[in-house]
Design a protein around this ligand. Sequence first.
Ligand SMILES: [Mn+2]
Length: 291
Amino acid sequence: MPLRAPLRRKSSKQLRDLRRLDACIDKLTAVKDAPPGTEVQLPEEDLVWLCREARRVFLAQPMLLELDAPRRAARNSNLRPDFNVRVIERLHVCGDTHGQYSDLLKLLAMGGFPPASNYLFLGDYVDRARQSVETIGLLLCLLLAYKVRRPASFFLLRGNHECASLNRIYGFFDECKRRYSVKLWRVFGDCFNCMPVAAVVGDRILCMHGGLSPELESLDQIRALARPTELERRKAAFANRDSPSSAGRTPPTFEFAPTADEPPSRAAPSSSTPPRTAPRATRPNTPARSY
Ligand SMILES: [Mn+2]
């Protein structure tokens, strides 16, 4: 693996976690030369651990990430280019991977496996193709590994499929149930509900999965979104269209529905049927499409 020993002293827990992450990454990337579709069955306890650790990382990040723009590293710099350096030479911005795990591995091979390159993924890791668990599993591993080893180098945003009401029906729920458990699907959901939704690169480039709402007037509206939160509609948008504009600074209502953390008892794996999600507020004549 390209992961090298970290420079800074790490606590024993951090070292234990990094060893566990490296073991997961090794297992997940061992199939890079295998035929596409070769499954990697990580133990469920590792996936649960990944989700819980990643959830904590997401909550520690702002809802709107602010990332450095890529710059050329100084040619004669004594700084090692791969650790603890603020200079970003490349930032790869990647769109939907949708459970296409062999394509994700190819993408990382072409762009450079971290830490050789920096990445910002724009969401939609799950659904549609058959290896959502490996896809989101590897991305969470990389997020966690580089959060410790080289902060500010690997980021994940939330897509519209990182939402229980969508990934319940577009494949991720079925995959979790078939290969693991409904409980694991719920644990992933708790993690997704805490992901940041947008990023600004170099103060100039606004990145997000979906479209811009006509009600979005200030990036502070994104920063102010509370988490954990569920997506109630296909695209993030601001409601309150009829609110008096004279108020000027009246914060509009975002169509994320803040949710309280689920108590562990509600995440019991006993039932094979998913929880009923709140009815989606769809407009009449709006086709129920998903991207
Ligand atoms: Mn998509």
